[in-house]
Design a protein around this ligand. Sequence first.
Ligand SMILES: [Ca+2]
Ligand SMILES: [Ca+2]
Ligand SMILES: [Ca+2]
Length: 258
Amino acid sequence: MVRRSTSSTRARLSVTQLEARDVPAGIVALEAVNLHEVGRSFLYLTGDNHDNHVRVELPTPNQIVVSSDTGLLRYYDDLQGAYVLTAEPLVFVTNVMFHYPLECIVQTGYGDDAVQVSGGFFELLQIDTDNGNDRVDVGIWGQDLRVNTGNGNDSVVLQNCGVTDVPFTGPLDAALILTGSGDDRLALMGVNRFNYLQAFLEQGNDVLAGDATVGSSLSCEAGMLLNGGTGDDRLIAADYFTASLPPIVYLDGFEEVD
Ligand SMILES: [Ca+2]
Ligand SMILES: [Ca+2]
Ligand SMILES: [Ca+2]
């Protein structure tokens, strides 16, 4: 009887330690699926409630580089049947032929997350960073861009979106940026070209910054809807947004314009 009691106590202690090991900080799951029958590819990156740092780069149409400063990356490709599970901080995947269109969905959950996506052509790029003070950097060519940074003091930078010499033509069909509550900053740097751009900075004292550098420009061929929301919001380098006016422009909710 004495032995059973001791064993039971040890078992409970052991279970507590295992649970702690099963949820280390910064796990990121990556699933890349090539559906070669229909010629489409999907890329899913899922973070956790800790601080996830994720970068996705497509330097060439058949190469993808995914890296993370923290945690575990898993890669699965049903076209080649390859499965890689590694705790290395960098996963470099080559010779993977991604089909177009490519859809990429990044969901990093709570925590102070950093997501960077650059290069390549995306039919859909969707980034949700949820609550926490997050940073999102996007420089892509594509058709549908959706960024939602949730609550917290977030930073979103769009740099040279829709400008590329890859063999695809046409601007981003639609871009929708939501930064939620908190004091957020949205910056458009360099040359950006959209068909229709919508940004809602929502509650908090937010900043929308254009690029005052000579040669930078913004083109929105169908329309532009930029809303600072409630709070004391500031629009910096307004010329960047107003220099080339699209047919429809709504620029509202900015108490201070530089
Ligand atoms: Ca997270
Ligand atoms: Ca956030
Ligand atoms: Ca806000």
